[in-house]
Design a binder for this molecule. Sequence first.
Ligand SMILES: N[C@@H](CCC(=O)N[C@@H](CS)C(=O)NCC(=O)O)C(=O)O
Length: 311
Amino acid sequence: MAENDIILHHYPRSPFAEKVRLALGFKGLSWLAVEQPRVAPKPGLTALTGGYRRIPVMQVGADIYCDTRRILRELERRHPNPTIFPAESAGRAEMLAGWADHYLFADALGLVFGLHGDRFPPELHADRARFTAGKYDRWDSVRMKARVPDLRAQFAIHLARLEQALDDGRAFLAGAALSVADLAAYHPLWYARGNLGDEAGLDAYPHIAAWLARLDAIGHGASRELAPEAALAIARDSGPMTLPPSSDIGTFRIGMRLTVTPDDWGFDPVEGELVAIDRDGIAIRRDDALIGTAHVHFPRAGFTIRPAIGQ
Ligand SMILES: N[C@@H](CCC(=O)N[C@@H](CS)C(=O)NCC(=O)O)C(=O)O
């Protein structure tokens, strides 16, 4: 194991993890897979992140990347070929990905839990009710079931639009080349298909079916299992990457103590000292008793940044 190895903290049935696994496959990469629990507490993960518990998280040595948007950017920086940010769809692909990660995902998830919430253990319902702070009908199966007709209608609208978007014969959503738009639209459909089978109704859309088959064929690259303790030891034995000099931006001053918190669900703040910030990303430094010094990286989109209490 080397300190430059890509480590993905995930669990097999996580749709957002599938988005990254597909990117790893598309780029033909080898990676180490740490399986994390589906519900909190996740001590082997939060020791690395400083509190962030969402899946997936990517680790390279003592650099910890939270959220698939930040993870994909970093994979692209480290392994630019083949690209998942083709110039032909710059900007458009990320706008589409934002729609897919949010609306398409939420309706696929709602449909799965509305139709088959009873397949999931009570502790998962209780965990997700806390995790989403009351969104999704407080993860109450009865209320989620009542929403199924609406969710079916919403999901059908998404599918019809996707079908239309692929109707001109293009191989991928934002153009001729695969982009982050495809990765983001794939994972909710992968999740719906995996949980609902024919009930997901995807076969009624020939362009979507052909597009899914193209993405299914990509695979996940080559992975090996790694124990959570081994990942912590790698972080402890590595230093974070040296970052290019970053300037103060807006009201943010390098060195100030901040919290970074998701703005949609999983509202666990991570506190640290600002080491880098630009329009798209932020990195904070944590000094941790277990793993030593680490840099935790987040995207700016979808996160709230605040001065830490006492600043
Ligand atoms: N915007 C985040 C969303 C991540 C997310 O919500 N992941 C789900 C799993 S697919 C999660 O963390 N659920 C709660 C859990 O696994 O503890 C991303 O792009 O990474």
